[in-house]
Design a protein around this ligand. Structure first.
Ligand code: SF4
Ligand code: SF4
Length: 433
């Protein structure tokens, strides 16, 4: 029987692109590459207006502390360093005029010695140089995750759950690049010194599970676990519940219960960093939604606008009511198609919004039953609406994983998650004072 967790929901999958092979697209005349594409401090520009840059070259170095460097996805000339839109609000970006020569930085070469003769510290330094972050959407710098997991992790879990409706980029990547993903995982296993690796795949992607089984045959270090298709199965806490039967204590990380969880595309980025020398300058994006003429999975250079990517799918068949970065459950609504694709953008959705009633809570309890964190979402809504942060804290709002299941099931159409985010922001601000 497929493994799972308690709670959760079954939204319509809408994975219409699951049979669409990944297609690489070229950048157009300009890219705008934000300095903040990761959790932590924005990178610091090392180029100036007028400089010529090559594809893969560092254009901004990592700041002190938690940060990541940023690289150019094209060869061309720096036109501006200026504020503009990003998938998560405003931020500074580097605008580069593409010369369409596609000239790659010659210093980008494969790793210079066998992995087994390298130290974990050397390998982590390389991962940092290549700007690899959690490509499942969390964008936590991988170098920092590996540093905190070393010595603690007995299990490395590769997240192929991809539980958000519409998104299929991980599914396609694991099907099409199985060996490369596995080779990236082997490097990560070596760095972490973990004993075992589990690929976590939902049971709506059995072909991906089969492809992994074929490549992994005969290795005792690897297992493929098939999980029940349910949202939010890909959430780190739910994965650990389903696979290991463990709870992550409040305020702790998966490493504290002996596990490190890494998304499948991140493993592919690790493979490319060591085998091809390539930093993170492109990523796979599912472009879908009922307004998109030809939904597809595309390999997109970082910095292309959402509008350009939508055009590569034949453009829009109707006016979308929502343009979303990511999936419909946890993604972020965008106000403009000028938003550039960043390392955290796994999906671009253009959809006509479903009609929903907005009304009062009828105390049906559906949000409580759906909550995978065993919280009481209706109490958060009540507390935030009443300006009562103490109540929100009492009901443990900080444990909310922002999966959006409560909002999805609410028959009154109450924007519970939106209120939770406001409440968490207010609490953070109160703590700063
Ligand atoms: S309260 Fe948080 S964790 Fe629970 S269902 Fe709502 S968004 Fe998800
Ligand atoms: S699902 Fe909506 S209506 Fe039902 S208890 Fe929760 S907030 Fe109230």
């Amino acid at each position: 029987m497929a493994l799972t967790f308690r709670g959760g929901i079954h939204p319509e999958e809408n994975k219409v692109t699951k049979d669409s092979p990944i297609r690489a697209i070229a950048a157009r005349n300009f890219v705008r590459i934000p300095l903040s594409q990761h959790i932590g401090a924005p990178a610091v520009p090392v180029v100036k207006v007028g400089d010529r840059v090559l594809r893969g070259a560092v254009i901004a170095e990592a700041a002190e502390g938690l940060s990541c460097p940023i690289h150019s996805s094209v060869s061309g000339k720096v036109l501006a360093i200026e504020r503009g839109t990003t998938p998560r609000g405003e931020g500074v970006g580097i605008v580069i005029e593409n010369d369409h020569m596609d000239e790659t930085d010659p210093s980008l070469v494969p790793w210079h010695k066998p992995i087994a003769q390298s130290t974990p510290e050397e390998l982590i330094a390389c991962i940092k140089e290549k700007g690899i972050v959690g490509l499942g959407g969390a964008t936590f710098p991988l170098w920092a995750k590996l540093n905190s997991g070393r010595g603690k992790a007995e299990r490395l879990i590769i997240n192929v759950a991809e539980c958000e409706p519409y998104l299929t980029s991980n599914h396609r990547l694991v099907l099409e690049k199985t060996r490369e993903v596995v080779d990236g995982v082997k490097i990560l296993l070596y760095i972490l010194g973990a004993e075992k690796c589990i690929f976590a795949v939902e049971d709506n992607k059995e072909d991906a599970a089969d492809a992994l089984q074929t490549v992994l045959q005969g290795s005792d270090h690897f297992a493929v676990a098939v999980l029940k298709t349910k949202y939010p199965q890909g959430d780190e806490r739910q994965l650990i519940r389903a696979l290991l039967g463990k709870e992550i204590p409040k305020g702790k990380l998966p490493a504290d219960v002996g596990a490190v969880i890494i998304n499948a595309e991140t493993c592919w980025a690790v493979y490319r960093a060591f085998v091809e020398g390539m930093p993170c300058v492109e990523r796979v994006v599912t472009v879908s939604g009922d307004c998109v003429r030809t939904p597809a999975n595309l390999l997109v250079p970082i910095g292309m606008s959402f509008g350009e990517v939508l055009e590569a799918c034949g453009g829009l068949a109707c006016q979308p009511e929502k343009l979303i970065s990511g999936g419909p459950m946890m993604g972020t609504a965008q106000w403009t198609a000028d938003t550039p694709v960043t390392r955290g953008v796994g999906g671009i959705l253009a959809i006509t919004a479903e009609e929903k009633k907005t009304g009062n809570c009828i105390h049906c309890g559906r949000c409580v039953r759906a909550c995978p964190m065993h919280l009481m979402p209706l109490e958060f809504y009540r507390a935030i609406q009443g300006g009562n942060l103490d109540d929100a804290e009492y009901y443990n709002i900080t444990s909310c994983s922002e999966c959006g299941s409560c909002t999805f099931v609410c028959p009154a159409g109450i924007p519970i998650l939106q209120n939770i985010r406001i409440g968490k922001d207010n609490l953070r601000n109160r703590l700063k004072k």
